[in-house]
Ligand binder design. Sequence first.
Ligand SMILES: Nc1ncnc2c1ncn2[C@@H]1O[C@H](COP(=O)(O)OP(=O)(O)OP(=O)(O)O)[C@@H](O)[C@H]1O
Ligand SMILES: Nc1ccn([C@@H]2O[C@H](COP(=O)(O)O)[C@@H](O)[C@H]2O)c(=O)n1
Length: 195
Amino acid sequence: MPFIIAIDGPAASGKGTIARALADRFGFHHLDTGLLYRATGAKGGDAVAAARTLTAADLTREGLRSAEAGQAASRIAAIPEVRDALVAFQRHFAAQEPGAVLDGRDIGTVICPDAPVKLYVVASDAVRAARRAAELGADPDEMLAQLRERDLRDSQRAAAPLRPAEDAVVLDTSALSIEAAVAAAIAHVERVRGA
Ligand SMILES: Nc1ncnc2c1ncn2[C@@H]1O[C@H](COP(=O)(O)OP(=O)(O)OP(=O)(O)O)[C@@H](O)[C@H]1O
Ligand SMILES: Nc1ccn([C@@H]2O[C@H](COP(=O)(O)O)[C@@H](O)[C@H]2O)c(=O)n1
């Protein structure tokens, strides 16, 4: 049976960084599920049709990591039919041997509710804005406003809102280096796997 690691949390909290490192460390597959929503939003037109016809090529479109693509993704991610269209792909991905790491907003709550490891990665608003500003070469105040707007929309939507699963372990990376955050995540996975 594949070992599934579900990682959720608000924007720029460090989910993807930790997810990639865990996949690397344990030899698991990794899926950044935010990319599915970014690619769907970037296709334009009818979002439900875009989600239903998403291809691998759509995921390589230029500009998907931009702040604008993140905002567009968050708007279409509130549409239940868009989310429904992306569920099967994510669950199929998660079923790969020897295991998979998926990061997003609803992995522990909706996509893989039985995952043995669920991490909910957080960091303070100011830290997240500073990290994203450095990453995109953007203004930290502008990033702060955008992150807050996106988090609010993601956590208040009716369909699969952003929230920790009841059995998720919260990892606050505000004061942690990337190395320290990854080490904490690896230690948790090893505890669960050894249990
Ligand atoms: N512990 C950390 N210390 C310093 N910088 C970090 C840390 N974790 C992540 N970063 C940096 O912060 C930025 C955001 O991290 P990352 O992309 O992993 O966040 P995310 O939660 O996956 O974001 P999103 O949900 O928007 O995809 C990246 O530039 C990353 O290198
Ligand atoms: N499982 C997920 C993943 C993402 N979203 C939405 O997509 C937006 C972009 O995600 P990033 O992780 O790439 O920043 C995000 O703000 C969510 O609205 C989602 O709903 N569920």
